[in-house]
Design a protein around this ligand. Structure first.
Ligand code: DO4
Ligand code: MG
Length: 280
């Protein structure tokens, strides 16, 4: 099932997406539904189906206002080797974390820094090299169970991270640093999360200036392993999101500029497109 959120009678409302149509679930957001499904021990899809009303035309908003968003880093070889090269070493601490049992996990923020489909993602005014990081993300229940999948753009100021690894939070966390959507897809629709193709483009003035592709088959570790570490001594409330890392690396000459459109596609989920803007 594809679930998301729409504006319905002036309220952000959960909805089931079927083709171009949406079936609103009045009085609930997706986070409300996740909490209710846990409280009543009923699957999210079953609960949504029970509460959904008739089909209408509606545009998808951010599919969930996550309680927290976390990122897993250097989960693909391309991300680890690129970052080591940026630091001037062929094999350094990024390669080390890529191979280590303990993954790199970082806090990306809360719903405050997240945007949905069509909304602007941000380039920090003090960054000259901000890049999109196209990733598959999982939505988690309070026990660390994977409820659904979505697309995430872990937009990051790579030059700030490059200057000093201790600047990672400033590279990763700021207004408009994370895009999610267009929908969340329940796990039954993606029986093998390690066979998911991810493609991304950057379009500038109507021209594609960058395109990249990867597959979750190239993930160096299992998603359950990332979640297990994330939940160690740190239980997350229901509706947390974990981004599983980028395998698509944008080069310096294609650093995001205001007005660029970043489009990320996962066939089972859809397309997440966002324009870039400067944030002061
Ligand atoms: O260490 C920096 C972050 C890496 C990251 O976000 C990724 O690999 O996706
Ligand atoms: Mg990332």
């Amino acid at each position: 099932m594809k679930l998301g959120q729409i504006k319905h009678r002036g309220q952000v409302t959960a909805a089931i997406f079927e083709g171009e149509k949406a079936r609103p679930i009045p009085k609930y957001t997706v986070l409300d539904l996740i909490r209710k499904s846990e409280a009543e021990s009923v699957s999210l899809a079953r609960l949504a189906e029970k509460l959904a009303t008739g089909s209408i035309d509606a545009q998808p908003l951010i599919p969930i206002h996550p309680s927290e968003v976390w990122g897993c880093g250097c989960a693909y070889q391309t991300s680890a080797s690129f970052r080591d090269a940026e630091h001037g070493t062929r094999e350094g601490f990024y390669a080390h974390v890529y191979k280590s049992p303990r993954p790199e996990l970082f806090f990306k923020g809360t719903a405050r820094v997240c945007v949905g489909p069509g909304e602007p993602i941000s380039i920090r005014a003090d960054s000259q090299f901000t890049a999109p990081e196209p990733e598959m993300a999982v939505v988690l229940g309070s026990k660390g169970n994977i409820i659904s999948y979505t697309i995430a753009n872990d937009v990051s100021a790579w030059d700030i991270e490059r200057e000093n690894p201790l600047y990672l939070p400033q590279s990763k966390v700021y207004a408009g640093c994370c895009a999610l959507g267009p929908v969340i897809v329940t796990t039954d629709e993606i029986p093998d999360p390690y066979k998911v193709e991810i493609t991304a483009t950057i379009t500038r003035n109507g021209k594609t200036i960058f395109s990249g592709a990867t597959s979750t088959a190239k993930l160096a570790r299992k998603i359950e392993e990332m979640v297990e570490y994330l939940f160690r001594a740190n239980p997350l409330p229901a509706g947390g999101v974990l981004m599983t890392g980028t395998g698509i690396i944008v080069t310096n000459e294609n650093a995001l500029a205001p007005g660029d459109i970043v489009s990320i596609r996962i066939p089972q989920i859809g397309e997440l497109a966002n324009p870039a803007q400067i944030v002061e």
